[in-house]
Design a protein around this ligand. Structure first.
Ligand SMILES: Nc1nc2c(c(=O)[nH]1)N[C@H]1C(S)=C(S)[C@@H](COP(=O)(O)O)O[C@H]1N2
Ligand SMILES: [Mo]
Length: 300
């Protein structure tokens, strides 16, 4: 690695578990009745009852606006999202700078209620609005030589107070194998609960890959590049043994510093039980085929 952004932070260090639980409890106080019991929490996860709007939009990771869970809701209004364009380049037939509104005219927006699981062990259920990434890539025309898709978030020091600190190497970058990118579950989200996606959740468009840890779901995308080599990814560059390229949700592969066997739903209250983590975050039936024959501990 050319440059290790060595400092004392990682995703979980930034929010130690006791702070995380306290904040979660505070969020939970507002939630009523059923949600306060562990049983209620379990029921919510299994029936995919969406997490409350307030929880989804006030407890965030978007380090460009600060590392506190409340920082994105406080500062992301500084981000100018209009006009917005996405450069699609690399191994595509029609490279170019695509205006957000032109993309929206061509894409079929639908609602997808997905589980979402952060590597830090908090989870939620989000009613996203968006379109399949495959449709966007087909619009640009993927060349047969392409094997991976690289993504990049906007980097605007004037609008992003968090990038003044080298927490990770900016801009935030992510990547998928082409078959993962083309999978029908892989979404580009532009809304939540039928409203435009709030800035703190990645306006005007962000990736959602529901079977992978949340950090793969890169926000406020400005560039998508088709390539034939595995692209670097933000958290993998920071700590490769902790955050792999694949980052599939996997209860059997502990993070080096904590177990991934359990998780907790946002907004689930003071006495919330931990609920078991599911292989591929519950999407095993849909996506296990992508990884047939792969050692998922080695390729974590
Ligand atoms: N550009 C960018 N994208 C990002 C992040 C970030 O810090 N910057 N955080 C990631 C992490 S760790 C998680 S868990 C999710 C959180 O999404 P949410 O805030 O909408 O819940 O966004 C991901 N996408
Ligand atoms: Mo995360």
């Amino acid at each position: 690695m050319a440059h290790r952004w060595k400092n004392d932070l990682s995703e979980n260090d930034v929010t130690p578990e006791h702070v995380f639980l306290t904040r979660r409890s505070l969020i939970g106080v507002a939630a009523a009745g059923l949600a306060l019991s562990g049983l209620g929490q379990k029921a919510r996860a299994e029936t995919l009852e969406p997490t409350d709007w307030d929880d989804i939009t006030s407890y965030n990771n978007f380090y460009e606006f600060g590392t506190g869970k409340k920082d994105p809701a406080k500062y992301a209004h500084m981000l100018t999202t209009e006009p917005w364009s996405v450069t699609i380049d690399g191994m595509v037939e029609r490279p170019g700078k695509y205006a957000f509104e032109d993309i929206m005219k061509k894409m079929a927006v639908e609602e997808r209620i997905y589980r979402f699981r952060c590597v830090e062990r908090w989870a939620m259920v989000v009613p996203w609005n968006g379109f399949e990434l495959a449709d966007l890539l087909e619009m640009a025309g993927v060349q047969s030589s392409a094997k991976y898709v690289a993504f990049e978030t906007a980097l605007r020091p004037d609008e992003m107070p968090g990038v003044a600190r080298p927490v990770i190497e900016w801009p935030y970058v992510e990547g998928l194998r082409l078959d993962e990118a083309m999978h029908p579950l892989t979404l580009v989200a532009t809304g939540i609960y039928g409203k435009d996606i709030p800035n703190q959740n990645g306006a005007p468009l962000r990736l959602v890959v529901p079977w992978k840890y949340g950090y793969k779901s890169i926000k406020s995308i400005v560039r998508i590049t088709l390539t034939d080599s595995q692209p670097p990814t933000a958290w993998n560059k920071y700590a490769p043994n902790e955050y792999g390229f694949y980052s599939n949700v996997n209860p059997n592969r502990s993070h080096p510093r904590w177990s991934q066997e359990y998780e907790q739903l946002l907004g689930s209250g003071l006495f919330a039980e931990k609920i078991p983590t599911r292989m591929f975050n519950g999407y095993e039936e849909e996506v296990a085929g992508l990884y047939e024959g792969m050692d998922l501990i080695k390729y974590h």
